[in-house]
Every structure is written in C-alpha cells, then in structure tokens.
Design a protein around this ligand. Structure first.
Ligand code: SF4
Length: 352
C-alpha cells in the first residue's frame, strides 16, 4: 500500500492556522539556525524573547563569531544545556572562516558545521533555502507514527531513519518546505500527547484515528530514571568578593560559574572547607533551599553563607568582586543561590 497524507488539506490548514513567530517572518538561514537550536531547549513562547535579544546582540554569523564566548553564554543563560551555545559560537566561526560568513546552502557543507545534526540541517535546507528536505523532530515522529500506525519504537535509530524516508516522500512537489513545517506545527498544536483529532486536517487518512488508537502511539521505550542530587553549597564571601569556579569544559555546566558545592558531607561545611583547603570560615547564615532540574538530574541545593577569615588562593577557583558577578553566566540553580545571597547582603541589590 502506498503511504501518503492529504498534503492539500495539511497545507490549507497550515496556511490558515500557522502561529506567528519572529523567526518565521523572516526565515533567513541564520535566523532559522539560531531559532531551531533554541527550540531544541524549550517551548516556542519561551524562546521568543531569547531569540529577539540574540538577534540584537548577534545579528549575523560574523558578529556571533567575533563575540567573546562568555557573552554568548550569557545571552544563552536560562535556556540550559550550554554546550549548544558553545557549538553556535564555534559554528559561527566556521561559517566566518570557511563560508565567507554566510550559512551554506549545501547539505554536505552544513553537515560540517559544529552542532548541526540531521534535523537542524534539514530545517535550514527546508525553511530557509526551500529545498526538498523533511525536518523530522519529535512532533513529526509522533504525527507519522500515529498516521501510519508505526509499531516500531521511535527511540530507536532504525525507526527514526524509516520515518525520515517516509517524511521525505510526503513532501509536496511544489512547496516541500510547507509540508515540512506543517507536519511539525501539526504535532506541536493538534497531534500532541492528547490529540485533537476532531479538528485535524489529516483525520480522513489517519489510521490511528480510524482505529481510535492515537494514544497508543508513538511506541517509546522507557525513559531514563531521574537521578536525585543533594548538594551543600558554600557561598564564601571575603571583603565583598565571593569564591567561584568556572565549569569544566566537557562537563554538563561547562562555561558557567558555580559556587563550591559538595555531595554526601558527613561533617559541617566550614569544617570540611577548613580541612580541604585550609581556609578558615565563619558561619553567617543558611540561605533558602533551591531545587532545580537539568538533563536527567534533579538537584537540591542547600546553600550556606560563610565568611572567610582571610583570602586564600584556591586551585580552580577565583575570588570575584560582587560588582562583577552580575556580568557572569551562572547555571540556573546557582544563579538562584546568588540572588538569595545578594538579597540578604543588600536588599536593594538585584541581579541584571
Ligand atoms: S487525526 Fe489525530 S492522531 Fe491522526 S494525525 Fe490528526 S491529531 Fe494526530
């Protein structure tokens, strides 16, 4: 049986219902690239202010490539998974040096750019260059798995490849980029985990709807369990400076500043710091508990404000004056610790 969808109905629905986003209004290759990377992180409504600010700061690949990495990370702050911001910076440098500052339009060139995986390459080729390429994200996987009752586990790469082939075949001959974007939009708005089949333009051909089995699809293997982390966080202050460590390259929080923290302590924090670093501190106060999640971790941070009795150099850490901390990128959890700390140091002080 030949597999097909009602492309005309899908296009009509998309033309009438597509949501307005800044990156859709002027889909240059650079804007598509940046928006798609941001959209990997969070919902479109959250991305909008980040995207607009990014475009003001770094309007094209050259400006991005020449900006200090710390500024790039700072603009990304809050979106999480900072490796993506670093890849954008590296990718912009490649574009600047190898492609005369222009995002290339050939698949083999795009594939060489740092951080661009198959989805992103297809999204740029399709939305910006109007080439025949289906950008298959989780939305498209869900729509097509339901529409064709695909029993394979969509977490497996073989299933993803099969759906990619299927999606490529679905593309309209004249406006392939519209089919590609409409499938994503359909998955993001109507064919969500609770599908709104009654108003779906693909209802007449959708097998899951016909068999009333939409919620059984897509088939997915069990997700990785969440790991709980409990950390004691030391906010050590000395003469209006605080002790901070910059994340280690290759680790989850690379490029972000964090307070010293410890897991599984069996003695009071000041005592631990004294033994570890020979740094004498006195307890000032406990700060409010901060909870935050990243990748598959859920962390509980128990911050304590300590005052160092002397300034001592600690390997891998820096004493940073309080007036500078607002300029630095922090991981989400440690940023909240910093806010609590500053509020108590000086109630007038606010970050950023
Ligand atoms: S009819 Fe329902 S299950 Fe099928 S594509 Fe539309 S929303 Fe999804």
């Amino acid at each position: 049986m030949e597999k097909s969808i009602d492309t005309a109905a899908l296009h009509k629905w998309f033309d009438e219902n597509r949501r307005t986003f800044p990156w859709r209004e002027n889909p240059t290759p650079y804007r598509v690239w940046i928006s798609e990377v941001m959209l990997q992180q969070t919902r479109a409504s959250v991305v909008i202010p980040y995207f607009e600010r990014w475009m003001e700061l770094f309007p094209d690949p050259q400006v991005l490539s020449r900006a200090p990495l710390e500024e790039v990370i700072k603009a990304w702050e809050g979106l999480g998974y900072y490796g993506r911001a670093r890849h954008l910076h590296e990718g912009a440098r490649q574009i600047d040096s190898q492609f005369s500052g222009k995002v290339p339009s050939r698949r083999e060139h795009l594939e060489k750019i740092k951080g661009l995986g198959p989805y992103m390459v297809n999204a740029i080729l399709s939305f910006a260059f109007h080439q025949r390429a289906a950008a298959v994200d989780g939305n498209v996987l869900r729509v097509l798995a339901r529409h064709f009752l695909i029993e394979e586990d969509i977490g497996r790469s073989a299933a993803k490849k099969n759906i990619q082939v299927l999606a490529d075949e679905m593309l309209d001959a004249k406006r392939p980029w519209v089919t590609a974007e409409a499938l994503i939009e359909l998955g993001a708005t109507l064919c969500q985990s609770k599908p709104l089949c009654d108003v779906c333009p693909l209802q007449s051909s959708c097998l899951a709807f016909k068999e009333d089995r939409a919620e059984e699809f897509p088939v997915k293997s069990k997700e990785q369990p969440v790991t709980m982390l409990t950390r004691s966080v030391a906010v050590i202050e000395e003469n209006n400076s605080i002790l901070l460590r910059k994340g280690v390259l290759g680790k989850i929080m690379a490029d972000l500043y964090e307070f010293p923290y410890f897991e599984g302590l069996d003695r009071p924090l000041p005592q631990h710091i004294g033994t570890l670093w020979g740094l004498s501190t006195s307890f000032v106060r406990s700060l409010p508990l901060v909870q935050h999640s990243f990748t598959r971790y859920q962390a509980q941070l128990f911050p304590i404000h300590l005052r160092a009795l002397e300034r001592k150099e600690i390997k891998d850490y820096e004493w940073i004056p309080l007036e500078r901390v607002g300029e630095l990128p922090f991981s989400a959890g440690h940023k909240r610790v910093l806010e609590h700390f500053l509020k108590r140091m000086d109630p007038q002080l606010t970050l950023f």
